[in-house]
Design a protein around this ligand. Sequence first.
Ligand code: DQA
Length: 144
Amino acid sequence: MPHILILNGPNLNRLGKREPEVYGKDTLTDLEKKLFQFAEGVQAELTFFQSNHEGDIIDALHEAEEQYDGVVLNPGAFSHYSYAIRDAVAAISIPVVEVHLSNPQAREAFRHQSVIAPVARGQIAGLGFEGYKLAVCYFLNNNK
Ligand code: DQA
């Protein structure tokens, strides 16, 4: 069974309180519980990690290479400007799927560019929590 790291970046620990009109009322714990239940049903093993710090996300990506079959990454606002996270994604051999709860293309102009997208296996945006499930399905169907 694939072992997948669900890696959430800055401010995603504020889900439920943060701009609920954009991100909904569910908390990060709700998201993790729902994904955990989903993963049990489809035979995937998930590990969850959230950090507000760029370096921690980079370390988690480096360490992921030895431990996981893939990473589902929501880089939060780092998506739009962190070349360091982009380089970390490019520096590991396991696939990374970029996920966004909201649809950045339908929001402010500064969100329209993702510097991560060119080095990600793919991107899922605007589908809320469903996007994470779809990313897990990708790894189930393409295990290595
Ligand atoms: C986000 C979109 C980003 O633009 C924003 O900075 C976030 C969340 C999303 O999941 O929709 O923090 O990544």
